[in-house]
Write a new protein. Structure first.
Lengths: 356, 356
DNA sequence: CTGAAAGCGCTTACAG
DNA sequence: CTGAAAGCGCTTACAG
């Protein structure tokens, strides 16, 4: 006696499993491609084609398939698609922080670029930690992302090492990487230099620098800033650095430290706007007139900088564009189009306002 | 003549495909479970077990498997796991905004809770749009998330409708949903009431309200605030509302509108801290003493509120906890454990500072 | 503690 | 324009 193999699983209408706690294979009886095919009286292949590109299929088939999809509430299973096609339509994005508005806007740029192309984002927060970054890289590799977009918390070598064998393309954001790598950003060094030059140009005698986190990009800004001061014949030695995460609160604290170390300090470059806002608040508390007694410069041009009182002089960074262009570059690579350049420098703008 | 089917694909060492542009099935020849099994001289099942729970396997097998994994650089393919197990280990999180720091911190709470349990997040930004929310719900359903965490941009009914048939559990964040739904949040209405009562209590004669975005939660705060004013015998009619996205800049603008409409206004409840910061800056520009001439209250207690000058009176909201507890509730549901309560009220704190 | 079989729901690569 | 076959890389459900 032969067992009869049921080619088509029998679905009894209204056969709801009352015991929802039990983990059945198809919770809710979600419709599959096969269900749609049967309903539309075509093969699964035709449905598969119609779903990807309607022009691949005859109008009549297309109509029936669309009707079936609607009736069954069919939603494709991406895991199956990923497994079969070896394309996940997932892009992994690694940023050092999300409490920093800069990276939130970068993500918006990425999202706006890849969303219309049908990609989903896997967003990882490395917290500026190389170890965490390595972990995330591995974890995300398991999802077989089609590409990586990363703002490195440290050297790019470890990243390369990790991804090299996987063959997944990667574009660096903010770091203008070396040849042989893809990158979109701007020169942190030049930006820092522009600030140093501005401060020197407006007559600062004793400028100071306050910085938190001390990530690579901050240190590059510092290098440019120091060079500008030296070029202007000024001492670049006055600085308060801490590895603590940046915050407005910390800006207050660091400003106090700076002034206690150098009461004659007459200008301060804060490594970002949050710090600058804290410094400004602290000055208001201490009755220090800005910019008359102390000039303050921030970095990034976050939304509040323009409307603070006094408004804050800062460097406007193209963070949204960095995300968008890095994503575009990655998409080109994924589509097999060679981007014109392997590194795109988006530049920056020194925005001179009231505070310096 | 019979074709011989190769049971084991032959892999020739050093056989690198020079044409990396060609999209082969296995870019980089990523190792599979089968590769590991062969290397460790066990079956794929044993490897599968060892990977999930080492105690399921003999120590000797375990050792060989671990060695093989290391040597081959094996990284599991989650798409395959998802397809076979019907569990994606993905949690979809929908928030109305990422430029609002509140939701960034909520996401941090979610991440900190689900990360250790091996879940990845799919983060969707609805931009406060119900239409976008519906789109994202569908898009994410394709990824077969094990659960949803959402802060609704509108009514919860549409969400239910969408997810009902899918059987994917959902926990609401911030909205304390109706019975039969899972939710973690706090009473926006009571929080608004606390602010109204505080302003009345400190002698406000002509309080005003400024608000942006006008999402459901903002309107609930407004309702509580107005009731408190009425209870104190004050007029609740003075308000400037706009659907524009919230920003510090907008806070400046709305404050000016408020004062031009009611020059005798002596207290203002800003629906969030960004608006309050803008209002404060504008007062500084207009030489309006805060709180003497005008009291300012914000909402959320973002990091800058405590250190502004003057420091800003506001309501501290448990946003990190909302994310964490909502995630915990969801994880319990996924593990088949019934949470004690279906709605968790985390409360809030009125933080009285200098500005009001 | 271990393994052979079957299948998850799609797409690729052919063939017509 | 359409379809039958095979397979993507895992896990489930059995069986030992």
């Amino acid at each position: 006696m032969t067992k009869i193999k049921r080619e088509v699983p029998v679905r009894i209408a209204g056969e709801d499993n009352p015991n929802t706690a039990v983990n059945r294979r198809r919770p809710g009886g979600r419709a599959t491609l096969e269900d749609v095919a049967r309903h539309a009286e075509v093969s699964t292949m035709t449905v598969s084609r119609a779903l990807r590109d309607t022009s691949l299929v005859s109008p009549s088939a297309r109509e029936r398939i669309e009707a079936a999809v609607r009736e069954l509430g069919y939603i494709p299973n991406r895991a199956a698609r990923t497994l079969a096609s070896a394309r996940s339509k997932l892009i992994a994005v690694l940023v050092p922080s999300l409490s920093n508005a800069v990276f939130v806007e970068t993500l918006a740029g990425v999202q706006d670029c890849v969303g219309p192309a049908g990609y989903q984002l896997l967003i990882g927060n490395t917290g500026y930690s190389p170890a965490r970054q390595a972990e995330l890289l591995s974890a995300y590799l398991a999802h077989a992302p089609d590409g990586f977009l990363v703002t490195g918390s440290d050297d790019t070598k470890a990243i390369r090492e990790h991804l090299k064998t996987s063959g997944v393309p990667l574009v660096h954001m903010f770091d203008l990487a070396a040849a042989g790598e893809w990158s979109v950003g701007f020169s942190q060094r030049k930006a820092g230099h522009a600030i140093g030059a501005h401060l020197a140009g407006r007559g600062a005698r004793r400028p100071g620098f306050i910085a938190a986190q001390l990530d690579p990009r901050t240190m590059q800004r510092r290098a440019g800033y120091r060079r500008a001061l030296r070029e202007a014949g000024l001492d670049a030695g006055l600085e308060i650095l801490t590895k603590q995460p940046s915050s407005v609160d910390l800006g207050c604290t660091l400003l106090r430290s700076l002034l206690s170390e150098a009461p004659d300090c007459d200008a301060v470059f804060c490594c970002n706007d949050d710090l600058a806002l804290g410094a400004l608040f602290e000055c208001q508390r201490l009755k220090i007139a800005v910019p008359r007694d102390l000039a303050i410069v921030g970095f990034n041009d976050l939304p509040f900088a323009a409307v603070a009182s006094p408004s804050i002089t800062t460097v406007a960074t193209p963070r949204y564009a960095v995300g968008f262009e890095a994503a575009r570059m990655l998409l080109q690579i994924l589509d097999g189009i060679a981007p014109e350049r392997n590194r795109i420098d988006l530049g920056f703008d020194l925005v001179v306002r009231e505070s310096a």
